[in-house]
Design a protein. Structure first.
Length: 155
């Protein structure tokens, strides 16, 4: 069991202010981004092997929740996203942390288009960790980053 992977989400607990940059249109070569702020409350449970957070997207009319589960036998995390507007748990991405960077991938749909999804966590050993999401429409040959979130503690 890798301590860096198992303890990967130890940084992600408590309250956060989050600056978002979200691509307005995915998979079409758009360069137009929406920018907005949210608050996130995160918790570690079961000795750090479960990580949950809730984000209130008030101006967008929904809440979101991440559920992260560590599997020590596989030495990897599964990350699920739940959106209050449809109540569905999205397909998971799987991965691990190495040297403070987490990379997680899985299969999903963007509308009706099959995609490969990648989440990356960087700066987890700093005061401003960053999460990003990228989609691949060609089975991982190329990636389009479509959402970036910069975390910082409220003042």
């Amino acid at each position: 069991m890798s301590a860096t992977s198992r303890n990967g989400f130890d940084f992600n607990h408590g309250e956060w202010r989050v600056s978002h940059r979200k691509l307005r249109a995915r998979g079409v070569g758009s360069g137009e981004w929406d920018q907005f702020e949210t608050r996130t409350d995160a918790q570690l449970l079961m000795g750090g092997t479960v990580s949950i957070d809730e984000t209130d997207f008030t101006d967008r009319g929904f809440k979101g929740m991440s559920l992260r589960l560590y599997d020590p036998a596989q030495d990897q995390w599964a990350i699920y996203w739940i959106n209050s507007s449809d109540g569905a748990m999205q397909p998971p991405v799987f991965g691990r942390f190495t040297d403070g960077k987490g990379v997680f991938e899985g299969d999903d749909l963007d509308g009706v288009r099959p995609i490969r999804v990648r989440f990356e966590w960087t700066g987890t050993e700093t005061a401003t960790p960053q999460w990003s999401q990228a989609f691949s429409y060609d089975d991982g040959q190329s990636w389009e980053t479509n959402w970036v979130m910069l975390f910082r503690r409220p003042q």
